[in-house]
Design a protein around this ligand. Structure first.
Ligand code: NAP
Length: 296
């Protein structure tokens, strides 16, 4: 399949490389052109503009946030203007439900299709084609896109015919991960202050009642205080806390823990933690208990 790919950050670079490895004809654009040049060495074609990456049956975008997706999609030379009729835009970024709705309306209005397909998994999972894809949109489009999803991940969950529901599900999952990071961080601060080895504590947890990737991955980063380089930056974690709260507001569903998590992210960022991994959220508790500032 001929696939345009826009956004070669921590996640997009591995995802686009896997599409190349699976035999797809990939034409890739990134705002900072050196990342597209690096992918070209692996067999992709570097696109000089967004419009050039849209000369394909499918264009996948994997960008930081709502404003980045808006910047490449709408307006002159954007995806809506550049994509052929009947082609499909697959948005893999973690964005708001409201933007997913606007994207769907704009693409349908232009005779194109829109599928939301945000993913679970960190950059290592993206590079290893082990992501979990959460897809929503017209079912015949999702069926046709299965070879693309298979090249990116280990399993695809089709959650709705309405694209924005995939974003809601993704944001709800990230809310749960952040809650794990926060609560694990508090527990580790407590036992750590009493002299318990955090690694041994984690070994106990993950060998008994908490044998799950979220505990293993984030517990390991917390126990080791390993927050740089960020696989998923803390400022993007705040973005997701904000977006899940917006979804809660829209659906009149109070989420008191999400409100708390948003404030904990603000504390982390106010302490200079923007570019730390979002696992550093859990290190705020140790800092407040008299320990080192996250990342110091
Ligand atoms: P990242 O490393 O910060 O990459 C962000 C990408 O967006 C880069 O390609 C960047 O281009 C581009 N970008 C940012 N602002 C832009 C703008 N105004 N116009 C055009 N391009 C712009 O982020 P990431 O970790 O790959 O995350 C990408 C998305 O996946 C986010 O929505 C994130 O929430 C989601 N996600 C991340 C993870 C993870 O563990 N990292 C896991 C699942 C989902 P430049 O290279 O020029 O800066």
């Amino acid at each position: 399949m001929r696939i345009g790919f826009i956004g070669l950050g921590n996640m997009g670079s591995g995802m686009a490389a896997n599409l190349v490895s699976a035999g797809h004809d990939v034409i890739a654009f990134n705002r900072s052109p050196e990342k597209a040049a690096a992918l070209a060495e692996r067999g992709a074609t570097a696109a000089p503009t967004v419009a050039a990456a849209c000369g394909a049956d499918v264009v996948v975008s994997m960008l930081a946030d709502d404003s980045a997706v808006e910047a490449v999609t709408f307006g002159a030379g954007g995806i809506v203007e550049s994509l052929a009729e009947d082609a499909v835009h697959v948005s893999a970024s973690t964005i708001s439900m409201a933007l997913a709705e606007r994207l769907n309306a704009a693409h349908v209005g232009a005779g194109q299709a829109f599928v939301s397909a945000p993913v679970f998994g960190r950059p290592e999972a993206a590079a290893a084609a082990k992501l979990f894809v959460v897809a929503a949109g017209p079912s015949e489009r999702i069926t046709a896109l299965q070879p693309v999803f298979d090249a990116l991940g280990q399993r695809t969950f089709v959650v709705s015919g309405d694209p924005k529901i995939a974003n809601l599900v993704k944001l709800s999952g990230n809310f749960l991960i952040a809650a794990v990071i926060e609560s694990l961080g508090e527990a580790m601060a407590l036992v750590g202050k009493a002299g318990v080895d955090k690694r041994e504590f984690l070994e106990l947890l993950t060998s008994t009642l908490f044998d799950a990737p979220a505990y293993r991955i984030y517990g390991g980063l917390l126990a080791d205080g390993q927050f740089e380089p960020a696989g998923f930056a803390a400022h993007l974690g705040l973005k997701d806390a904000r977006l899940v709260l917006a979804a809660g507001e829209q659906l009149e569903t109070p989420m008191p823990v999400a409100s708390l998590i948003r404030d904990r992210f603000l504390t982390l960022l106010a302490g200079g933690g923007h570019e730390l991994d979002w696992a550093a959220l859990g290190a705020v508790a140790t800092w407040e208990a008299g320990g080192p500032k996250p990342g110091s």
